[in-house]
Design a binder for this molecule. Sequence first.
Ligand code: ITT
Length: 191
Amino acid sequence: MNKLIFATNNKNKVEEVRHLLGSRFEINSLSESSINIDIAEPYDTLAENATEKAEVIYRLTNKDCFAEDTGLMVDSLGGEPGVKSARYAGENATHENNVDKLLLKLEGKANRAATFKTIICLIESGRQVIFEGTCKGTIIAEKRGNMGFGYDPVFVPDGAIATFAEMTMDEKNLYSHRKKAVVKLINYLSN
Ligand code: ITT
């Protein structure tokens, strides 16, 4: 099996995952599969939302597929924005709105530790498998860099000096939550 639908509308995720999968697996995003839907993420956990996205697409297509849900958990904000990372500043918030809200909420806080977590749900021949990847780091006070997406301009992974938005994709992948989860997916699919 080497063809999968990646149940996402996020072009940056597709680019990152495709870069990691190389030529071994062919993935098609929702738009590349001519599926024009925005799947709701109604649950309180990344795993439930990732599973929901994968299940909706599996039911619709009956084809092997996977979805991922990612959240940024900030320690001093009780885990916010967490599962609501994409909608932190409201339903139609841009990445910039979300980052601005995060920086505002962290103003004056000494503890700026945070963790990115990615959960992937694969459905292969009707069977569900979950993979997880995390990356610990710090939220800096001002945005730096213009690569990547989402919270990348304010996130410095532990062991680095640059933000994710100042890194090439290969550099981000030395630390990335998504990379760790995708490696587990690749290992599973390869066995
Ligand atoms: P799909 O549900 O269609 O996959 P989405 O953008 O809605 O795409 P999520 O629900 O997983 O994705 O939302 C996660 C949000 O967290 C995303 O919109 C970004 O703002 C942020 N995010 C996810 N991965 C990130 C990364 O690697 N670097 C920075 N921010 C990230």
